[in-house]
Design a protein around this ligand. Structure first.
Ligand code: SF4
Length: 950
C-alpha cells in the first residue's frame, strides 16, 4: 500500500474484502504487516473515494468544489484536445507533477514522449539530497538503492530517520540485530519510533548533522582509525588533484595524457603518487601503492595533492569542540562515538570465504567487511545544507571501509551506478520541439555546467528552474516551486498542470494558504493564472477542490502495478528483485487506474513509443503495455525482469511474454534474481558483477566506480563560477552562491533560512515526522487509523514550554517569520530543547477527505506547512539581486522543510479552542460514497454480501 511495498494477502469472502495480512512468503516483509497495511480495508470503504470523472461546473469558482459528473469519453476528449494543441505549439506549457506514486518510469516516459521538460515527482521535496549526495559520492544510496547490512553489522548508527518508507524490513532487521547483541545508536533531535528502542539516543540540533559528521571524520583521521587500504584502492583518496590555486585546472584531477583515457565520461588516466617508486604513476598501476598524504610536484611543475590530503586539511579544524558548539552534543560524546566506530570497524573485521576479482584484474580469496552500518533519511536531507551533509556521511562510511562490504552498507540493483549516472537532462531550449519527444529523459544527472538545461543567457528552461544555475543538480526536480512559478509566470506561464497523487493544496506544499490562493488567482483578463488544472487521485483530498477536471484513480487493490527495475524496484542485497500488484477487487464505480489514463492519452496523441508504424495504437491498456514495452525495439528489456521470453523461461532480458502477469501472480508477485556470491559484494569494483550488469544492461559502462572523496563534478561548477572554466558561465548574481556551495569537499554551514532568521526572536527549530500509522495524507479517511491519530500536538520539551508559559495540552501560537498557526502543546522529554515537532499531515481542511466539518483533524489538528515558505529573499539564499530563490538546497533544489525557526506563546484564554487557520468547509464531491458508517458497521457484522443502503 505504501512505498515500503510489502507483500500482502488479501482475503475475500464471497468476493468481498474481509481481511488483509502480511504474506509470509514475501522476501521483503516475511509476513510482517503494519497498522496501515492491515487497515487497507478501511481505505477501500472510505467515504472519500472518488468514483467518477468530474468537471468544474460552468460559472463555478475554483476551490468551491462545484462539479458535474462526466463520462471518461468526455474527460479523454477534453484532455486530448487540450494536450494536442499544447504539444503542437509549445510542449513546455504542459506540466506533469506527481507525488509519492510508484510509477515514475511510466510518468517520465509520458512526459518525454509528450516533449515537455516540466515533469517531476515527489523526490525534490522529499529526500533528493539523500539520493544525490550519496550517489555523487559512492554511486548508491539508502532505502530502495541500498542499506545497512544488519545481519552482520556490530554497530548500527541511524541518523535523522523517523518511521520511514523501509519500515517493515527495517523493523525485522533491527529486531534480529539487537537480539544478536548488536549496538544501536540513534542520532536524532527526537526520540520516537526506531530511536525509542536504540541503545543510545544522541539528541542533536536540526540542520547541524554535517558538523557532527565532519568532526567524526576529523577524529578518525586524527586517531588513524580509517581503512587506508580500502581508500587507496577503492576511492579517489590517492588520486592527485591540481593544488595550484592560480591555475585554471585547480581542483581537477591530474591526468597522464599519454595513457589511454578509455572512456571520456569516466577517464581512467588519473595519477597516483606511488609510495614504492616515489613518482607519479597512472592510477591503479600494477604493484603501485598511492600516497594518501603530502604534497607533490609533477614533472611538468604542477603542484598536486592526493584527495585524501585535501580532505584531511578540510577537517583539520572540525574538532569535537567545534562541532559541540554547533550540534549541542558534547565533545567527549563525539570523541567516544568516533572511537567506537573506528575500533569496531578495525577490530571486529569480517572475512567471508568468497573469491572475487576486482576491476583491475586482482584476485581476492575473501570478501572482508568492517561491521559498522548506517542508515539516514530525511532528517539529514530536508535542509538547504543537506547535500554537503550527506556527502560527509558517505565519506564517513567510506573512510570506515564499509561500502558494499559485509556488515556495512550494501547496494541493491540496479545500483551501484556510475558517478554520476550517465543519463543527462536536455541541454538547450531547442531540445523542446513541437510534436516531438525530448531527445533524452527529463530528469538526469549533470556532470558539469555543460549538462545544464538553460538558455544561452543562463536562464532556466524548466518551469521549476531545475538544472539551471539556481539548482544545478536538481535530479528530482523542484515540484515545490511549480505552482508559485507558474502563477507568477517566472520563467513563463503554462497552460495545463496535471497533478497525480500529490496534495498540493495542503500537506505537500509549503506556504499552504498562499498556494491555495495562487491556484484560484486570476489575471487582469479574468482568466486563471494557471489556466487548466487536472487532478488525479483516488480520494477527495484538499487539492481536488481546485481542479478543473478530476480523474478518479483506483486503489492499490483494484489495479495492476509494477515495482520495476526501470524505476524503483524492491531489490535485495543479494540481487535484483522486482514485484507486481495484481487486482484482487473489481474497480469501484467509474474509477480508472492512472496508468491506463496515461496509456490511453499517449495512444490518442500518437506518441511514437505508443504507436505502430502504421499509425495504429501499440498497447491496448496498461497491463498490455507492461508486457510488450521494450526500452528499444528488440532490446528484450522491459518494465519487468522476471519470466521474460515467449514461454517465460528467460529473466532480466528476453522477448515479451504474453503470460508474464500470470507467472508473477503464481510466484507471490515477486521475481528475484540471486547473484552468485562472488557478485554480491564490492560491486563498484567487481569485475564479474560489472560484466554481468553490462550484459543485462543494468549498466552501460564497466569502468570501476571509485568513491569520490573529492568531487570533480562539483569543482567544475565552482570553476565556472570563478571564471576558470571556459564555456557556460553562471549569471553574475549567482556566481558567489555557486562558488560557495559547489565545494568539492563537504563543508558545514547552517541552513540558509536558519542563517537568515533572527534566532533570538525565533529560537526553536520546528520539524515534522511522518507517523508510522499513516501514509502522508492518504490515510486521513481511514476509519481504523483515525483511532490512532485524529489530531496532532506540537511536542515541546517541558522546560521550554514552561518557560514560555505554555501548559501541557494547552492551546498556543507557533509563529515563524512567514506565518503562524494555533495548535495544542504536548510536553515531551523525548525532544531536545531547541526543537519542537509534530506528526505531518494529520491536520486537515474542514470537509476534505469527507470528514465531518467538526472532525478533530480540522478543529484540533494543524499543519506546520503554514509556517514554511517555498521561497527565500535572494540574499538569504546566498544569491545576488533583489528577487527570490527557492527555499531549497542550492545544489539539488531539495526543499528545506526542516529549516524553519519558530517561537511559541500561549493562546489567550478567550480565544477559540481550535486550530488556526481554518478554511471554509469543503463540499462533498459528486460520487463520493457517503454513508460510510453503514458500510463499516456492515463490515463488522460480517455480512457484506449485500451492499447496505446509504
Ligand atoms: S509498510 Fe506499507 S507496504 Fe508495508 S504493510 Fe505497511 S502499508 Fe503495507
Amino acid at each position: 500500500m505504501c512505498a515500503c511495498r510489502c507483500g500482502i494477502r488479501v482475503h475475500l469472502e464471497d468476493g468481498k474484502l474481509r481481511y488483509i495480512d502480511g504474506n509470509p512468503d514475501h522476501p521483503l516483509n516475511q509476513g510482517v504487516i503494519c497498522a496501515k497495511g492491515s487497515s487497507g480495508i478501511m481505505k477501500q470503504f472510505s467515504p472519500a473515494r472518488l468514483t467518477q470523472p468530474l468537471r468544474r461546473k460552468v460559472g463555478a469558482e475554483r476551490g468551491a468544489a462545484e462539479f458535474e459528473p462526466i463520462s471518461w469519453d468526455e474527460a479523454f476528449q477534453v484532455l486530448e484536445d487540450r494536450l494536442r494543441e499544447i504539444r503542437s505549439t509549445d510542449p513546455k506549457k504542459f506540466a506533469l507533477f506527481t507525488g509519492r506514486d510508484q510509477m515514475q518510469a511510466l510518468t517520465g516516459l509520458f512526459a518525454r514522449q509528450f516533449g515537455t521538460p516540466n515533469y517531476a515527482a515527489h523526490g525534490g521535496f522529499c529526500s533528493v539530497n539523500m539520493a544525490a549526495g550519496m550517489i555523487y559520492t559512492i554511486g548508491g544510496s539508502f532505502w530502495e538503492f541500498g542499506g545497512p547490512d544488519l545481519e552482520r553489522a556490530k554497530l548500527f548508527v541511524m541518523i535523522g530517520t523517523a518511521e520511514d518508507h523501509h519500515s517493515n524490513p527495517m523493523k525485522i532487521a533491527i529486531s534480529k540485530f539487537k537480539r544478536a547483541g548488536g549496538r544501536f545508536i540513534s542520532v536524532n533531535p527526537i526520540r520516537t519510533g526506531y530511536s525509542a528502542i536504540a541503545d543510545e539516543w544522541i539528541p542533536i540540533r536540526p540542520g547541524t548533522d554535517g558538523a557532527l559528521l565532519l568532526a567524526l571524520i576529523h577524529e578518525l583521521i586524527r586517531t588513524g582509525l580509517y581503512d587506508r587500504d580500502f581508500l587507496a584502492r577503492y576511492s579517489n583518496a590517492g588520486q592527485l588533484i591540481d593544488a595550484d590555486e592560480s591555475s585554471d585546472s585547480f581542483g581537477l584531477h591530474a591526468k597522464d595524457d599519454s595513457c589511454p583515457e578509455v572512456n571520456p565520461m569516466f577517464p581512467q588516466n588519473k595519477l597516483w603518487w606511488d609510495r614504492v617508486s616515489d613518482r607519479p604513476v597512472p592510477t591503479h598501476s600494477e604493484g603501485a601503492d598511492p600516497k594518501l598524504r603530502g604534497a607533490y610536484t609533477l614533472p611538468d611543475g604542477r603542484k598536486v595533492k592526493p584527495a585524501f590530503e585535501l580532505l584531511s586539511e578540510r577537517v583539520a579544524d572540525c574538532t569535537p569542540e567545534w562541532a559541540a558548539a554547533i550540534t549541542g552534543i558534547d565533545a567527549d560524546t563525539i570523541r567516544r562515538l568516533a572511537l567506537e566506530m573506528g575500533m569496531t570497524a578495525r577490530d571486529q573485521k569480517i572475512e567471508l570465504p568468497i573469491a572475487w576479482t576486482d576491476s583491475w584484474g586482482q584476485e581476492h580469496s575473501t570478501v572482508t567487511g568492517n561491521p559498522v552500518a548506517f542508515h539516514a533519511m530525511r532528517g539529514l536531507a530536508a535542509h538547504s545544507n543537506g547535500f554537503q551533509t550527506i556527502r560527509a556521511l558517505a565519506i564517513l562510511m567510506s573512510i570506515l571501509g564499509t561500502i558494499d562490504r559485509p556488515g556495512g552498507f550494501r547496494h541493491k540493483a540496479p545500483f551501484p551506478r556510475a558517478i554520476p549516472p550517465s543519463a543527462k537532462p536536455p541541454k538547450r531550449p531547442s531540445d523542446v520541439k513541437a510534436n516531438t519527444p525530448l531527445p533524452t529523459v527529463p530528469l538526469g544527472w549533470p556532470a558539469s555546467p555543460d549538462d545544464l538545461f538553460i538558455h544561452d543567457d543562463g536562464t532556466p528552461v524548466r518551469l521549476d528552474k531545475g538544472f539551471s544555475w539556481e539548482h544545478p543538480l536538481s535530479v528530482h526536480g523542484l515540484m515545490h516551486n511549480a505552482i508559485t512559478n507558474a502563477w507568477r509566470g517566472d520563467p513563463y506561464r503554462i497552460d495545463t498542470l496535471l497533478i497525480f497523487m500529490a496534495n498540493m493544496a495542503w500537506n505537500s506544499t509549503m506556504n499552504t494558504s498562499e498556494i491555495r490562493k495562487m491556484l484560484n488567482d486570476k489575471g487582469d483578463d479574468g482568466q486563471y493564472k494557471i489556466p487548466f488544472l487536472v487532478v488525479c487521485d483516488a480520494f477527495q483530498s484538499e487539492t481536488t477542490a481546485f481542479a478543473d477536471l478530476v480523474l478518479p484513480d483506483t486503489t492499490y487493490l483494484e489495479r495492476h502495478d509494477v515495482m520495476s527495475m526501470l524505476d524503483r524496484p524492491i531489490s535485495e542485497f543479494s540481487g535484483p528483485m522486482d514485484a507486481v500488484r495484481v487486482p484482487v477487487l473489481p474497480v469501484t464505480g467509474d474509477c480508472k487506474p492512472f496508468q491506463d489514463v496515461l496509456v490511453e492519452l499517449a495512444s490518442r496523441l500518437k506518441f511514437p513509443a505508443f504507436t505502430q508504424p502504421d499509425g495504429g495504437r501499440k498497447f491496448k491498456d496498461y497491463p498490455d503495455f507492461i508486457i510488450n514495452f521494450e526500452t528499444e525495439p528488440g532490446s528484450g528489456i522491459g518494465f519487468l525482469a522476471g519470466w521474460r521470453g515467449s514461454d517465460g523461461s528467460k529473466s532480466m532480458q528476453g522477448e515479451p511474454n504474453p503470460n508474464q502477469w500470470e507467472m508473477y501472480a503464481k510466484n507471490n508477485c515477486v521475481f528475484h534474481h540471486e547473484l552468485p556470491k562472488s557478485y554480491q559484494y564490492m560491486r563498484n569494483w567487481n569485475k564479474g558483477y560489472m560484466e554481468w550488469a553490462m550484459r543485462t544492461r543494468l549498466r552501460r559502462f564497466g569502468e570501476p566506480i571509485l568513491i569520490q572523496l573529492w568531487s570533480e563534478e562539483l569543482q567544475s561548477f565552482r570553476s565556472a563560477a570563478q571564471g576558470k572554466r571556459a564555456g557556460r558561465q553562471p549569471p553574475d548574481h549567482l556566481r558567489a552562491r555557486i562558488a560557495k556551495h559547489f565545494d568539492p569537499l563537504p563543508f558545514f554551514s547552517l541552513p540558509l533560512e536558519t542563517q537568515a532568521s533572527d534566532r533570538d526572536k525565533y529560537p526553536l527549530a520546528a520539524v515534522t515526522q511522518r507517523p508510522m500509522a499513516m501514509y502522508h495524507s492518504w490515510d486521513s479517511q481511514n476509519a481504523w487509523l483515525r483511532q490512532i491519530h485524529a489530531h496532532n500536538y506540537l511536542f515541546v520539551n517541558p522546560k521550554v514550554a514552561q518557560a514560555a508559559g505554555v501548559a501541557d495540552g494547552g492551546w498556543m501560537w507557533v509563529e515563524s517569520q512567514w506565518g503562524k498557526v494555533r495548535c495544542m502543546a504536548r510536553y515531551s522529554e523525548a525532544v531536545e530543547p531547541g526543537t519542537v515537532w509534530t506528526w505531518n499531515a494529520i491536520g486537515k481542511a474542514q470537509g476534505a477527505w469527507q470528514l465531518a466539518d467538526d472532525a478533530n483533524e480540522a478543529r484540533r489538528g494543524f499543519l506546520l506547512n503554514h509556517l514554511i515558505s517555498e521561497e527565500l529573499p535572494a540574499a538569504a539564499g546566498d544569491a545576488g539581486g533583489d528577487g527570490k530563490v527557492s527555499n531549497s538546497d542550492p545544489i539539488t533544489g531539495q526543499a528545506g522543510w526542516y529549516d524553519v525557526r519558530v517561537r511559541i506563546t500561549p493562546a489567550a484564554a478567550e480565544e477559540a479552542q481550535e486550530s488556526w487557520p481554518q478554511f471554509a468547509p469543503m463540499k462533498a464531491l459528486p460520487g463520493t460514497k457517503g454513508g460510510a458508517r453503514k458500510l463499516w458497521q456492515t463490515f463488522f457484522k460480517g455480512s457484506l454480501n449485500s451492499e447496505p443502503s446509504k
